[in-house]
Ligand binder design. Structure first.
Ligand code: NAP
Length: 276
């Protein structure tokens, strides 16, 4: 019988996850099927119990349940504890275990594109959920300086105590840094003419990473390409976090050439043509 997996969230009709997981099943020969489970906040506890009883092997968790779901799990992994959010649940024996595979997906993307963050000076745009997984990875890998950029300093200081936080106005006077990471939805389809910063700000960096994957090249990445920066979008991270979930659910390691094969298939489905 097929093993069952899925995505737990509130509004899922536009999710790309079933397609990504079907490519993973195909390339790894995991005999699985991946389903969408739409539940509201007040159904979450019962939904997790129900999935466990039904013998589901694992689920991904998305908006708005990434924080609340933690309350209903038996074990939280180290990275998820630090990030204070999960996006993956494993049902193992009688236990429910929460992980944050965005953390691993971000790391796999850096590895794929040969970006070393150790001792680097990094600027993160946005202070939401994705930025928390990113900053934890950077801290764990020894980045030298991390600066968050926010639209609302007071709110961000409350959320992120202990971090250096500046506003977009401060960017004008910022000295040269190494890596710029966009963790905002600014520039995402359909608002493809938007960019969180102007080109002069982008020119202060050597590498630009945009977690957005739709469109393929956000305006931010168009600027960074024109400036000859190393420029990376969020698709590899998206695919890699899904692969990490499958590794956790199935206790396996998926070889990097298989990961790249899956990425290529997702790439051509989404953008057409071959990845470079
Ligand atoms: P989120 O929790 O909604 O947070 C985004 C943050 O961006 C907000 O906290 C806000 O920070 C800032 N922001 C929101 N709207 C903005 C706007 N119009 N202009 C400038 N800043 C804005 O979202 P998230 O879950 O962190 O995701 C952020 C982006 O990353 C999304 O585009 C998402 O699709 C992408 N993502 C990609 C992957 C991947 O695998 N590639 C994984 C996770 C997320 P301030 O209020 O402090 O300014």
């Amino acid at each position: 019988m097929k093993s069952l997996y899925g995505l737990l969230g509130e509004k899922l009709s536009h999710s790309f996850s079933p397609q990504i997981h079907s490519f993973i099943f195909d390339e790894t020969k995991i005999d699985g099927s991946y389903h969408l489970f739409e539940v509201s906040g007040n159904e979450l506890k019962e939904a997790i119990k129900g999935l466990k009883v039904l013998g589901i092997k694992g689920v991904n968790v998305t908006i708005p349940h990434k924080i609340d779901a933690m309350k209903y799990l038996d074990i939280i992994s180290d990275e998820a504890k630090k990030i204070k959010a999960i996006n993956t649940i494993c049902f193992k024996g009688n236990k429910t275990i929460g992980y944050n595979t965005d953390y691993y997906g971000f790391g796999m993307m850096l590895y794929k594109y040969n970006i070393d963050v150790k001792n680097k000076r990094i600027v993160i745009l946005g202070t939401g959920g994705a930025s928390r997984a990113v900053v934890q990875y950077l801290l764990d890998k020894g980045s030298k300086e991390i600066i968050f950029i926010t639209r609302n300093l007071k709110k961000a200081q409350k959320k992120l105590s202990g971090y250096k936080i500046l506003t977009y106005n401060d960017l004008e006077h910022l000295k040269e840094k190494d890596i710029l990471i966009n963790c905002t939805p600014c520039g995402m389809y359909p608002n493809v003419e938007d960019c969180p910063v102007d080109k002069q700000v982008v020119s202060k960096f050597k590498v630009a990473i945009d977690l957005i994957y739709n469109p393929e090249k956000t305006l931010l990445l168009k600027y960074s390409k024109e400036l000859n920066l190393k420029s990376i979008n969020g698709l590899y991270m998206l695919v890699a976090q899904a692969i990490k979930s499958e590794e956790l659910w199935n206790n396996i390691d998926i070889e990097s050439d298989v990961v790249n094969e899956i990425y290529d298939r997702v790439y051509s489905l989404l953008y057409g043509g071959k990845s470079i």
